[in-house]
Design a protein around this ligand. Sequence first.
Ligand code: ATP
Ligand code: MG
Length: 625
Amino acid sequence: MESQANEALLQEIAQRQHLIAELGQQTERERLMSAIALRISASLNLEEILNTTVTEVRQFLNCDRVLVYQVEPKSEITTVVAESTQPNYTSLLDTKIAPPLFGERLLEYSQGNIRVLNDIEQQESPTAINQFLHQVLVKASLTVPLLYGGKFWGLLAIHQCSGPRQWQQLEIELLKQLATQLSIAIQQSELYQQVVELNTNLENQVKERTKELQQSLDYEAILKRISDDVRDSLDENHILQVAVWELAVALNIDGCDSALYNTSQAIATISYEYTTSLPTAQGKVIKMTDFQDGYNQLLQGQYFQFCQLVPSWKGKVAMLACPIFDDRGALGDLWLFKHQEQAFSDLEIRLLQQVANQCAIAMRQARLYQASQVQVQELEKLNNLKDDFLSTVSHELRTPLANMKMAIQMLGISLNRSQELFAELRKPPNEQNKVARYYQILQNECERELNLIDDLLDLQQMYAGVQPILLTSINLQTWLSEIAEPFSQRLKSQQHQLTIEVAETVPNLIIDSASLGRVFTELLNNACKYTPPGEKIVVKAVNCQEVMQISVLNFGVEIPNNERQQVFERFYRIPNSDPWKHGGTGLGLALVKQILSRIGGTIVVAHSDRNQTCFMVELPLTPVL
Ligand code: ATP
Ligand code: MG
């Protein structure tokens, strides 16, 4: 009885010791499992996570092989992506298992089911996957799916190859927990990978954009440089040379050329070229019909690019062509060449188009300038012809007029004698007066005609610049009085009061006095002609800095603002402004202006008070030769 009780006690003690040992083992396993889970989640690198898992799990469960399969979602091909195996068993790393091998099993895994195989020999109906396991000497296996967020990622599988193995519930539970931890770690690492990829993409995009931006800034600078250079040029050759050279150098390409089209747009001639390695084509004449499609596009203002194998250029060459085009059509084209099988970028195309536009504007300008230059030359020729004609006619008119003048003088002498005769014959006096009046008219008109012809001849000589300049020193006070002297009779008869005011500071003037004499004679002549009777005429001289100012001011009459320039034009007279019918040809002031410009002076109608006219002459104090 006692011995029975002892035995029961011993049994109970043994059971309790067993339980304590099991509990200890369980605690130890859980502790190890937590340590593994921690190590797995410590990394974000998928390869590292998987390798840590398989190694640690094999050690922990003391099994022959631990595998991680990854399932490709679309094809469902399952690949062994990580493995830890006993050295004496075959490695299954990178083995790919096609979906039929798993059969329905893969679907079961994806629904969260696990697979426990204690002894492969005990299987009644061997499946395809079991046959495969059999081939690789697996005796027992435990397979847990890796799932996260509803996604079936793969499998964690444990193989026992040394013999069958009765998987403990605790082992199964722990493995499931580990699979959950692994799934989380995989998800984290995949998310991290996505973030890394996104970041890299973003960084690349930023780099790409920065590069593009820099390039577009560089191209803008090139465009500005070319535009500045060609814009002000009126030389077509220079425009194209600059464009071709700058484009080739700036884009660092193998060649660039420019062709000009003939007026019928049938022929293109390569006029300018820059090339480093390509054979020269300078001067080449291309019939547009030989390359109809391309030239049709260019003539319509469109660019194009293509790549061609050119044997003479030793390989493939990318070419970009752009027309020099504006609203009036194509003038020529620009071509870029590079020894690469690579298209020209959008930026390069845009730069070429903009340069071609600038060239078109500058070339039109240059051509317009050329045309206007031809017209100017034509007009100059015509003007010279007219001047020659005027000069010849004036000469031809002057000779007979000089003879007529002499004849009139002779007639005058004869008339004087006849008058004595008439008196003797007691003819009525009015008859005598008539003859005298006719004679007077004849003499005046002849004088006027001679003056006009002299003015015309002087003006012609002035334009031809043949008259020499003779410098003398003059004292303006005495000189102006001498110039005014011949007008004294006329001034008196028209009741004009002439004053000459010369400032004391005025120095002697070194000048061609004959020319200056003609100027002031004409200005005084005009003043006498256009000043109403009884009004004042003032001649004033002052010096200011390097300039001598001499003005002729007459009262009682004014020149309208809009006529101030025109009065200096040849043959111009202000309409209805000669109330006393003195007459004139409108040459006087033109002659004055021409004489002054020859001796370095100027003349303007100065702004003055109402009812006054002021002609202001400015002369340099130091003579201009
Ligand atoms: P010409 O001098 O050839 O005999 P003209 O006196 O008419 O003829 P200009 O001396 O060239 O020709 O003068 C041009 C016009 O300017 C004159 O017709 C006149 O209307 C105006 N003009 C010139 N001088 C004066 C002046 N001092 N006062 C007012 N008007 C003037
Ligand atoms: Mg005049």
